[in-house]
Design a protein around this ligand. Sequence first.
Ligand code: ZN
Ligand code: ZN
Length: 150
Amino acid sequence: MGVQDSRGLMSVDGICHCGEIAWEALIDPERLVMCHCTDCQVMGGGAFLWGVPVPIDRFTLLSGIPRSYRKQGSSGAWRRLHFCGTCSTPLYGTEDDNPSICSLRLGSCRQARQLRPRLQLWHASALDWVDGICGIPSLDTQPAGVYRDL
Ligand SMILES: [Zn+2]
Ligand SMILES: [Zn+2]
């Protein structure tokens, strides 16, 4: 694990795929979740998103200005979802009005390998192969000419 302070909080930082947006945050690693909801599958361009809720005053944008859009969640509440307008990396979501919590996406986190989700949300809509991912044959890298880049 990374360095945690006396409250168990850990400093992390990240940068979007094109480098325009950089951020830092003080997170509680015990609150990490992965989310299999269909919104996260589409928005994240993958099988799930993973992230952590952070009080908004523990999240700082270091460079760039994210784009955002509003989306109504299944609870009926409106969420504002922030991403890089150039490379589309998902960055964070907040309440639409008067945000107090930042749902930080961890795909762009530099310390991602030191972090581990503690809970899976919306497993009812998980893709049916996700639980068996360890059983899928794997290669350490991508042999040239065998598979196209994703
Ligand atoms: Zn970007
Ligand atoms: Zn979700």
